[in-house]
Design a protein. Sequence first.
Length: 444
Amino acid sequence: MFDDRGLELSSRNEAAVASYNRAVKSFLEYRTTAMPLAKEALDADPQFCLAHCLRGYFFMVFGTFLVMDKARAALKDAQSTLGSANSRERSHVEALGLWIAGDLMAANTCWERILFEYPHDLLALRLHHFNSFWMGQTRALRAVPASVLASWRKDMPGYGNVLGMLAFGFEENGEYANAERCGREAVEVSPDDLWALHAVAHVLEMQGRHSEGLKWLNHPLDQWNDRNPFRRHLWWHKALFNIDAGRLDGALQLYDEAIKGDKSDFYLDIQNAASLLARLEFCGVDVGNRWEALADHAETHVDDHALIFTDVHCVMSLAHERRFDAARKVIESMKSYAGDETRYASGVIRKLGVPLCESIIAFEQGRYDDVVDGILPLRHVTGPIGASHAQRDIFDQYLLESALRANKTSLAQKLLQERRLLKPGSHESEYKQARLQESIASLA
């Protein structure tokens, strides 16, 4: 039996293989059917090694410790079938074990080695891409899809997904023309691939093309209701385009109608919500009591360090609501988690996570000089904390806002010169430029 790209599978059950193939496709398209289909495959063949592994992978991409026991159980089930598994499947089980153990670099190496021999292993490619993204391995986002693309034919299932990953890799490496070309082609080939759609949105965001961005994401809000919560990240991007276009009410409306993710444990919902509220407030918008629900949620996730970038956003919410004791509990828990040196995240927590969280607390306490001292040395090296350039821009925004509030006019001027050059015509930058001019006039 074979998968949709001709790679051999250990299962000899036709129904199980069909469900497995549909599960992988659903995963790549962010559909809510991915996990049920993986379970369906296992119901048909309980000895299907790669289906057990796939189930474990799906738990891991949730980005929360709340499902770690389930991921470990899936790993144990996969390991119990290794006797009948082929070498590629055994490598996948090894990668899952490394990921669960927190050794992300070794897991990525395992997936890349699979791709050296099996360049059509779309699952290995997507998981390598996912973890490279959350480790800030920008070069890998471009290099690995580029290394396999020549082995693919355009008529192969998943070709558009490979192209979409390459598009995002080009974008994160600043190759915007290549990124846009590949991204638009990927969407034509695979219109259901939200990652490719998202890659083009990133290009338009980074180049300050907010009018085109609003057209690119001009869809009804129920367009992707059959997809998992990643769909709300696309609406987050549309909110950023609204901010740059000066449509602040539109951004806030998107927050309420499509972004906030009530009671969601999904990491992007936590990040999107806190980041967008902060950006709106930095543009002078009164967001009312919207932070309160985010802080309530953060208080229940003090020890969840699956993604350090999420931790920082939890601290944003807690500090904003002046729950400083709870915010410091998050930081102390991060430090404790970082005590295990075998985890990739340990060094990231110490060098980036804790200093950024401390700076955000300082911001909400009005210690703007401390924010500048904390973030300025880090602003060019935040990559390892994960996420995209567009997402990590929130740290630059805290720095700029602190410089404005502390009347550090020279620093604020230089930061704004950078932003206005790279994203001309942004309402956010022009609004802050006007504030800077008022500050300079008042000091004269």
